[in-house]
Design a protein around this ligand. Structure first.
Ligand code: GTP
Ligand code: MG
Ligand code: ZN
Length: 299
């Protein structure tokens, strides 16, 4: 620890509630910390996953976060730092929203965060995993059928998660907390799905980083809506589709956005089954939305 200033410790933020944060040092000791006002003045808030330098509190006092070390990645929804692998959890109930899935994936790809898809509740339905595998095959996003309830399919998913700071995300009620409990052998609070609306109830409210058996995983609050990104140039969206990349530069028009332009190589690839047609359709939907938001960027 010679590189640290005197009295400062280094740790990872594993949780933040209100203005209190918990940092864990290398030895696994936890410290309750508060955040100095200077961060708020700079418009920075500490995120779960942040690497920080801190002054530990004396006796019963809380300590202070002194410095947030440079972040490898930052996500706003869920708000987490330094995630290098995202585990998107889908399930047959609540009904999977593939457009939401594509939005989440697009944001991860933009930051070079690896994406895995866990299709949970395999005990209820086995067809969704196949559908998801087809949808995302060309994008090279691996799909893992699992049942958190029956604890099946967990080992291949664990193997794919090792060595990265992972974050579970997805719609509320897909079973992220249940899955994390199963993956790590823990007991986090999980919730029932509302029978009336067959939707998750937002049981998890806090992001929490947990570690066990070589896995480092964050459980986050599920969500059912994701606002369009502000100030994103429409031309950037196509770069976030791994399956488009072999065809970039091969369209008739160099600036082709793979919408409805003639001679589009991406469209041809979709017609030949090399790109999933639904992914392309949803891409167009997101492209239209991105154009709209881009036009309104000065409003
Ligand atoms: N049949 C079945 N039900 C499951 C499985 N995994 C989770 N569930 C149920 O799905 C419901 C929601 O589970 P949670 O783990 O709370 O879901 P979540 O994704 O963490 O939800 P939020 O915290 O709201 O985002 C609970 O009733 C779980 O018992 C599974 O593998 N099979
Ligand atoms: Mg949860
Ligand atoms: Zn094109």
């Amino acid at each position: 620890m010679s590189e640290l200033r005197e009295g400062l410790l280094r740790g990872t933020l594993v949780r933040g509630i209100g203005s209190f944060y918990t940092a864990k040092d290398e030895a696994g000791r936890c410290y309750t910390l508060r955040c100095k006002k200077k961060f708020r003045r700079q418009g920075i808030s500490p995120l779960t996953g942040d690497e920080v330098l801190f002054t530990p509190g004396e006796a019963e006092e809380d300590g202070w976060i002194e410095e947030i070390l440079p972040r490898k990645t930052v996500c706003l929804r869920p708000p987490v730092a330094n995630v290098t692998r995202l585990v998107l959890v889908l399930a047959p109930v609540p009904e999977p929203d593939f457009l939401l899935a594509d939005r989440i994936i697009s944001r991860a790809v933009a930051q070079e965060i690896g994406v895995l898809i866990a299709v949970n509740k395999a005990d209820l339905d086995t067809s969704l995993a196949g559908t998801a595998a087809e949808e995302y095959r060309a994008a090279k996003i691996p799909v893992f059928p699992v049942s958190a309830k029956e604890k099946t399919g967990l080992e291949p998913l664990r193997d794919a998660m090792r060595g990265a700071l992972c974050c579970l995300t997805g719609q509320s009620g897909t079973g992220k907390s249940t899955l994390l409990n199963a993956l790590l052998g823990l007991q986090l609070e999980t919730g029932d799905i509302s029978r009336k609306i067959a939707r998750g109830k937002n049981t998890t409210r806090q992001t929490e980083l947990l570690e066990s058996g070589g896995l480092r995983v964050m459980d986050t609050a599920g969500f059912n809506l994701l606002e369009p990104e502000k100030r994103m140039e429409p031309e950037k969206l196509r770069e976030r589709y791994p399956e488009f990349q072999p065809y970039e530069g091969k369209c008739r028009f160099r600036e082709c956005l793979h919408d409805r332009e003639p001679g589009c190589a991406v469209r041809e690839a979709a017609d030949r089954g090399l790109i999933h047609p639904e992914r392309l359709l949803r891409y167009r939907q997101l492209l239209a939305e991105t154009r709209e938001t881009w036009r309104e960027r000065y409003d």
